[in-house]
Structure formats: C-alpha cells, structure tokens
Design a protein around this ligand. Sequence first.
Ligand code: NOJ
Length: 531
Amino acid sequence: MQDFLWWRDGVIYQIYPRSFFDTNQNGLGDLAGITAKLNYLANLGVDALWLSPFYPTPDADFGYDISDYADVDARFGSLADFDDLVEASHKKGIRIILDLVLNHTSEQHLWFQTSRRDSTNPKQDWYLWQDHIPNNWESIFGGKAWTFDEQRGQYYYHMFLKEQPDVNWRNPEVRKAQMDVLRFWLERDVDGFRLDVFNLYFKDEQLRSNPKKWGRRAFERQIHLYDGDQPEMESVLKEMRSILDKYPECYAVGETFLATREKILRYNGPEKLHAAFDFEFLWSKYKPKKFLKAIENWESLAKETNLFPNYVLSNHDVPRPATRYGKGEDDARIKIVMALLLTMRGTPFLYYGEEIGMRDISLKYHEIMDPPGKKYYPFNKGRDGCRSPMQWDDSTNAGFSSEKPWLPVHPNYKNRNVAAQQKDKNSIFNFTRQLIALRKKHQTLRRGEIIPLTETPRDLMAYLRKDSDEKILVILNFSKKKKTFTLPKGSWKVLFSEKRKGEFKEEITLLPHEVLLLFKPSNLPTFKPSN
Ligand code: NOJ
C-alpha cells in the first residue's frame, strides 16, 4: 500500500497480556498466548499490538510496578517467548509496541532495594529521599505521596502506590539506565513504546508545595504545578527520540498525565514524541455533540502542529465502551461508536475484547484486585471490570484458560465470544473487521480531511471524509428512532451498510442506530464485506 506508515495509518490493538490467552495453565495470559492468537489478530486486520507490562512484577499495580525492566515475568513466559512473539508478529506485518513505565519502579526493584539500605550506598539518590515531608504532594491513588521507610529512616516519594517509588530522573546515572532500557528492547526488535505518565519524570527541584484549589478528593484540591511537567522533560524526550530514530520507523506515544492541549503541544513533534493520547472519546457521553467537540479539538491542535490525531474508546484504566454506552446485551450503540472510531482522521486504538463488545465484569468486595478499588469501594470499584479474561469461545473459562482465571470471566461468555461472533455475519466482530478492511482500502478514511456537517437533526452525526479524488460521507444515527437527513448535493452510493444497497439523492431516512457510509460515485467499486 502506497505511503502506509504503520503507526499513523494502521489500527493499534492494546493487549493486557495477563487476560488474553493462557498457554501455560496458570490462570494468567502469557506471551505464547499472544503468539498463538496472531492469526486471529491478523484476520481482524490490526497493524500493531501495544502490550501492557509483562515484566517481572510483584503485582501491587498489576504490572505497572516493575521489578526488572529487562526481563519477562516467569508467569508470562521468557525472553525467548518474547523473541518468538516479535518474530512471528513481524512475519505477519504486525508491529510491537511496549509499555514503558519509567517514572517509577516497584519497591522490589534491585535499585530501590539498594537505595533504601542507607544513605551512603551507590544508589542512595536513585529515588527521592527526604528527612521530613517537604510539601503537600498527594498520591493520585489516595493519601500522602511521601512514605516513611523504616530501613533507611527517611521519606520517599511516590505518585502512585507506596509500592511504586518514583525514580530520581535528575541523577544522570538513572537517566542513562532508563535510556538503556529503551535500547535493550529496541535491540530485541520492538517497533515502539507507549510511555506511561512520562510527564511526571521530573518534579520541582525545590520541592515546592502545590497551590490549592477547590476539589472533591485531596488530590483534586491542588493545582499540580510542581509534582510534574518540569522543563527538563523536553530534553529527555529529545534524547529518547534520537535513540528511536536510529531504528527504522520506531515510534513513541505518550500517556500524558492530566493531559491538556498545552502539554500535548509541548511534548510532541519531530524531535520529541510521535503521538500523544487524547482521552476525550473515553470520557465523552453518548452524544454526537460531545464527540464532535473532541474531533474539533484534535483537528485544531493538528492544524497548529504536524501532529496526527489518535482516538481511543477504551483501555485498561476505564470502563469499556459497551459498559458505558450499551444497553444490556444489545450492540446497536456499540456499533455506532465503533464506526465513529474507525472512520476518524486519526489512528484508532482498540482494546482487546472491544471488537466483540465485551462488557465489564462486576465484582464483590472480596474479589477486587485493583488497589484503588479496594481503597475506595463502593464509591469506586477500581479497574478490574475492564480487565477480565478474553472471551474466545463457550467452553470452560471462555476458552481463556483451563485453570481458574485470575479475574472472573464475564457470565455472558456463553453467547458473547469470538467463535460465536465469527459465525454471525451481523456480529460486532464482523462489523469491526469490515470497517478495518474498508479503512485499509481507502486512504480517504485514514488521512482525508474531515468535515463535520453540523446541519443535522439531533442525535444524528454526519461528516465528510475528503481526499483529492474521493468523498466519503459517514452518517451515524445515535438514536433509537428513525431520522431523516438532507444529503449534500448529488447522488450518493452505499459504500458500507448492514441494512441497504443502492444510490441516494436529496434525503435519506436512517433506521434506528443505523451506520451508513456513502460515497460520491467516481470509479470506485462498492465495498463487498467478506465473511
Ligand atoms: C498509568 C497506567 O495506565 C495505570 O494503569 C497505572 O496504574 C499508572 N500509570 C501507574 O503506572
């Protein structure tokens, strides 16, 4: 395909490895499990996999507390399994993106174990140690961000759990060690990284207290001026970029903590990150106006810079779209948001199971694993809901594992699973697969201009995607009622629909929750979905 840059033009699929597929029968998914499912992923049509952490971890934050950056947790396999996965993925043209969590380590990491020993050891200032609590900084997971360590007799800083101490990026040895982590994985042929909360690496050198503001939780009652986003960050991104640029087509996308437009502009660009996540779709209500606002924001940002937008409906930290927007087991609304995601001018990120409309599991207190869930139950039940095992078929444990899975499988798995949906031509799986294929076929859908049509009835969303020789009109009926839409001038032919064929002029009445893609006939053939 001409001019196809994988991270811009492709679809990126996030895998939470411990929940994907278990091949070593320990109730946890593993790397060999991902390799085993590569045919499935290739058939779905994804171009890259972002793997949530699989490194050795004591699981205080389920992998986001790493005790060794350069290895694979034995429960998930070995470095040899990792190499196999990379090789097999590349053979299928699928790229691999790793999740790098370089802001903090696990307290079990050898660096911290050494650092906490005393204040004279060689790693004594690899973390942020203080005799007294120096400021008002709070942990986002609740409570003070400074914890007293009995062994060292000092306080250390952690933005997340006390089991996740923040490293001292101002120490040149730490900085070098973290850059070596990048090199280690690049040498093992990975194609890029997702940088976990990268903009927190540096804190104010004088450790000043954050100014106060109104808010619900203590963390929200501060303006986070000093516990992140320090100017030194830019030079780190430049250094990372210079390392990445030594490898062909390698990429980095940043998870910006408390992202704002200004931060996205500051940290991205030709010498810094390739892409920044934008989470507006994640938080949007099921309303065309809200989604349109997110699109307008991205488009205006992209105009100011060379940034290519990306869109995310789901990840391992938030309730799934089917849970947020769905009604029972009906997928009509899920198809609307899936069509939206896959017809955007911007890289779509899919989260495992989104393609079969997986719903969040609901847990009793004693079943909760996620620390914030344990702490804030029942106001906030944590993030386990969206991390349940992938539903492959209707056999025991949804075909995920022969052993008891680490989190329960959703009880709907008997009907909602990959095997069943592959057979059903109207399933959300086949819908997703067809739209990915259509996106691959039409550069207009990937890169063409996006022009929202604002003169639409309430609950209807319409936009034009336009390239030099193609015009595609996307119409999404968000409502359960029929809606009539006035078509732009000329005759429009169906490019994608589950409900109709033919050519339309002047106006069209959409069925409840209908997804319709039309095109202006030039010499384009009609897209024929393959089952
Ligand atoms: C952001 C990750 O997405 C989240 O899952 C994790 O708990 C925190 N960073 C800490 O690493």
